[in-house]
Write a protein that binds this ligand. Structure first.
Ligand SMILES: Cc1cc2nc3c(=O)[nH]c(=O)nc-3n(C[C@H](O)[C@H](O)[C@H](O)COP(=O)(O)OP(=O)(O)OC[C@H]3O[C@@H](n4cnc5c(N)ncnc54)[C@H](O)[C@@H]3O)c2cc1C
Length: 413
């Protein structure tokens, strides 16, 4: 049996980085991946464009986006931060550019160029890869993991990096296998939960308007009538509810809110205009179409496909002449533009979660080296760790940084 210096379990962004940087140090590295190809999840990131990282270069500010646990990421970010990621991909022929909200994407290419570049990096660094190889167990012997049991036989190494991801989008190979191994050798697990998920609504009409983006809208989260959070940006209706960046980023709060009471979202389609001013705009619009049917008067105010739904919801006869629309009816219309009430029934599960929150507890990992505090030759990297950030490239940066640090430290005895 070949003895490796390092075995990396999981060929996602964290595992590929860990393996590549360990091999660059001269270590003999084997990467074990259960899919036929590495980096399956990279392909679906950023709607196929891969939001590689975020433009916030200051590690102290970057970690604030990860909430309470964020500070644990500092060493990894100082070791391999945003600038290093940008330089890395530039050097590999995938130049990046900053887009709206500080999101960094490949300048021209797509997610598959990112996947190819990272796989090529690991291969060129000398990593041996065994794909279609599912790791079944990491048995502990004398307090160490000396061998890795897989569907392709047993592999032995001095150090092991576990980068098996979380539980989201299980069809990409993420079935939470690493959690069980971590638990069996004494690591605490913070309950994994689906995070950055779309939200389910009771409103039955969302499927009719699920094909266009709601840009520059504001959404306010209310529990039992009390406003507790709001976000401004982009969202879209789905077949069974609502998704998009502002919903995903609010989804953990929505999940908590659902445990407390009745949850509504208030959609403001025109947040840049105060309610009284928008009312005046509506009056002008109705006056301009005075002798036309109300049903034909909304063209300048709404995307065309949304008009039939709004006409139904507002309860004004579309054939009614605009001059006969009453004040009470206009107020109902105003409410649909400025406080469109959406009735939340739940949050989507792991199948539609962008990431998994929770995971291997930070209390049991030395985050300066990514080494387990219980098993001296075991390291963790990526989403398996109890760290989760918002949308915007934060989560992949976490993978690049922790993968780098784990790979480097796994080459030390
Ligand atoms: C739809 C979608 C869009 C996203 N878009 C973005 C984005 O634009 N920007 C961003 O920052 N983040 C994005 N994310 C999140 C990001 O993709 C993850 O944070 C990241 O992929 C996690 O990387 P990882 O290496 O930790 O795990 P993964 O990418 O999940 O890789 C883990 C690997 O381990 C393998 N594995 C698991 N168990 C075993 C086993 N027993 N044996 C062998 N191999 C195993 C899996 O097959 C998998 O290949 C998105 C996620 C989704 C689902």
């Amino acid at each position: 049996m070949t003895q490796y210096d390092v075995i990396v379990v999981g060929g996602g962004p964290a595992g590929l980085f860990a393996a590549g940087f360990a091999a660059q140090q001269g270590a003999r590295v084997m990467l074990l991946e259960k899919n036929a190809h590495c980096g399956a999840k990279i392909l679906i990131t950023g709607k196929g464009r891969c939001n590689v990282t975020h433009s916030e270069e200051d590690p102290r500010k970057f970690v604030e986006h990860f909430g309470r646990n964020g500070r644990a990421l500092l060493t990894a970010l100082y070791a391999f931060g945003v600038k290093d990621v940008v330089a890395f991909f530039e050097e590999k022929g995938v130049p990046l550019r900053i887009e709206r909200g500080g999101r960094i994407f490949p300048e021209q290419g797509e997610a598959k160029d990112v996947q190819k570049a990272v796989i090529a990096f690991a291969r060129d660094a000398g990593v041996e890869m065994c794909t279609s190889c599912e790791v079944k167990n990491l048995p502990i012997e004398d307090g160490l993991v000396k061998e890795v049991e897989t569907t392709a036989g047993i592999f032995a190494a001095d150090n092991i990096v576990v980068a098996t991801g979380g539980l989201s989008y299980p069809e990409t190979g993420c079935t939470g296998d690493g959690y069980a191994w971590a638990k069996s050798c004494g690591h605490r697990l913070v309950k994994p939960e689906p995070a950055l998920v779309p939200v389910k609504l009771r409103d039955p009409w969302t499927a009719e308007v699920s094909h266009f983006n709601l840009k520059n809208v504001k959404i306010t989260l209310c529990v039992d009538g009390k406003k507790i959070d709001d976000r401004f940006g982009e969202a879209f209706f789905t077949r069974s509810g609502i998704g998009g960046p502002i919903i995903l980023d609010m989804s953990s709060r929505i999940r908590d809110a659902l445990k407390q009471g009745t949850v509504k979202l208030l959609l403001d389609l025109k947040p840049a205009v105060a309610t009284d001013l928008f009312d005046k705009r509506l009056q002008r619009e109705l006056a301009a179409h005075s002798n036309h049917e109300f049903g034909h008067s909304l063209g300048k105010l709404l995307p065309r496909d949304m008009i039939p739904v709004v006409l139904r919801l507002v309860g004004i006869d579309p054939k009614k002449k605009c001059h006969s629309v009453t004040r009470v009816e206009r107020q109902r219309l105003l409410k649909l533009f400025k406080e469109f009430e959406l009735d939340v029934s739940g949050c989507a599960g792991f199948r539609k979660a962008i990431i998994t929150s929770g995971g291997v507890s930070l209390k049991d990992i030395d985050m300066r080296s990514m080494r387990s505090k219980h098993v001296k030759n075991l390291f963790f990297a990526g989403e398996i760790i109890d760290l989760d950030g918002p949308t915007g490239g934060f989560n992949l940066q976490e993978c690049w940084s922790t993968g780098y640090l784990a790979g480097l430290n796994a080459t030390t005895k």
